[in-house]
Ligand binder design. Structure first.
Ligand code: PLP
Length: 434
């Protein structure tokens, strides 16, 4: 049988998809994967430069992670959250060890949205305050508070949670602050945030929730001093700082956490995706000691049946151990610096449709414009054509608005980068704008 057609038919008849009108959809069929590649049932191969939803950091089908899931499944496939379980303890110990000093405890969730949901809850309980500040250019997940903390269009039809206020973060290429240098953008964005805090009333603000590198919004690497400046404002006004590392964490930036190297320590860290590369759904909150101890003699009013699910926990242990022993985060940093950065710089030189290249590690965006001087974004139709042409040449891309996000697994090789760069080059050479 033609399994690709069968998959498509079943999908169209019975599967209800995320963030889409359900009318004829033709999702890309994936049957199998290995490393930075996926295959359809017919055996056609594609370079996965999406890492699916920017989560398969360790690459597809890493044998140690698959083996650990298999082993745990044969021992104990599920367990109640209020019990103690060795895999959960080992996973929590490893995740906490990657955070700065002063973070010892981890609350596990089913994914990134409920990680943010529970971090917000912890900050509200701890401060006795209500309001959560987050940026317009952000995505924090699809649950009650997380989707309203989100800044992009997905918030609008879902805006039922109260206590959320948005502000603009730094984005020099499309500056909200008329800035013309990273330093100026940082300084003015901080000044804007402080004015929002003052205007909302500092004593009402529980938390500032920030992606360390806003991902879906465009890989907006913060300018020097910005994250430390936000920390200083949070300290000045008694506000908890939550870094959302769901997409940026676990090697994507070339560091374990994207905020590493920014000389800043948050109060809560949320994670998911790259922690186990999504082999089993999971996420969580890494909790700093003062907030963890606050709940020593107070009930934490939150929980999940699958908090610390053993299959997910075993996959975290194996994934983090393999990432450390195989130097996978270092690979993301060096391939990013020595191969992706120069390849994308060459594309920028050759293709005026690229308005800006930005990123680090294996976390990059090509911002496409109809005109470099006006910076007018290319249309959705142009992006649709680009997607089709990339797929036709064997590259599975990640596209968002007018951008190609170049986000391969952290295990990507220099040869795979060269292969992908040649495909991007060929497609961007087409007459796309007429
Ligand atoms: N936070 C960030 C930064 C994300 O990129 C995402 C998902 O893309 C989420 C939270 C939500 O995670 P999940 O889809 O696992 O709920």
């Amino acid at each position: 049988p033609d399994l690709d057609s069968l998959t498509g038919e079943l999908d169209q008849q019975h599967v209800f998809h995320s963030w889409s009108a359900q009318g004829p959809l033709t999702p890309f069929v994936i049957a199998s994967g290995r490393g930075s590649r996926v295959w359809d049932h017919a055996g056609n191969s594609y370079l996965d430069f999406s890492s699916q939803l920017v989560n398969v950091n360790i690459g597809h089908q890493h044998p140690a992670v698959i083996g650990a899931i298999r082993e745990q499944a044969s021992l104990l496939a599920t367990v109640a959250p209020a019990t103690a379980n060795l895999a959960r303890g080992e996973a929590a110990k490893r995740v906490a060890a990657l955070a700065p000093d002063g973070f010892k405890k981890v609350f596990f969730t089913n994914g990134g949205a409920d990680a943010n949901e529970n971090a917000i809850r912890m900050a509200r309980q701890f401060t006795g305050r209500d309001t959560v500040l987050s940026t317009y250019r952000s995505y924090h997940g699809n649950t009650g508070a997380a989707v309203v903390a989100t800044g992009d269009w997905r918030r609008i039809p879902n805006e039922f949670a109260r206590g959320h206020v948005h502000f603009f973060g730094p984005y020099l290429y499309r500056s909200e602050f008329w800035a013309d240098s990273p330093e100026q953008e940082s300084e003015r964005a901080l000044r804007h945030l402080e004015r929002v805090i003052q205007s909302e009333g500092p004593s009402s603000i529980a938390a500032i929730l920030l992606e360390s590198i806003p991902g879906t919004a465009g890989v907006l690497v913060p300018p020097p001093g910005y994250l430390a400046g936000v920390r200083a404002l949070a300290d000045r006004y008694g506000i908890m700082l939550i870094f959302d590392e769901v997409m940026a964490g676990f090697g994507r930036s070339g560091r374990w956490f994207a905020f590493d190297g920014h000389d800043v320590v948050p109060d809560l860290i949320t994670f998911a995706k790259g922690v186990n590369s999504g082999y089993v759904p999971t996420g969580g909150v890494i909790i700093s000691d003062p907030i963890a101890h606050f709940f020593d003699d107070r009930v934490f009013p939150g929980g999940l049946t699958y908090s610390g699910h053993p299959l997910a926990m075993a996959s975290i242990v194996a994934a983090l151990d393999a990432m450390a022993s195989e130097g996978i985060v270092e690979n993301a940093a060096s391939v990013g610096r020595d191969h992706i950065a120069p390849a994308l710089a060459a594309l920028f030189n050759d293709h005026p449709i690229i308005g800006e290249v930005r990123g680090e590690g294996v976390f990059w965006a090509l911002e496409l414009v109809a005109d470099r001087s006006t910076r007018e974004p290319v249309s959705a139709a142009v992006m649709g054509r680009i997607k089709k042409e990339l797929l036709a040449r064997g590259l599975l891309p990640f596209l968002a608005d007018n951008r190609i996000h170049v986000v391969p697994p952290c295990v990507v090789t220099p040869e795979e980068v060269a292969e992908a760069a040649a495909i991007y080059d060929e497609v961007l050479s087409l007459d796309l704008l007429s």
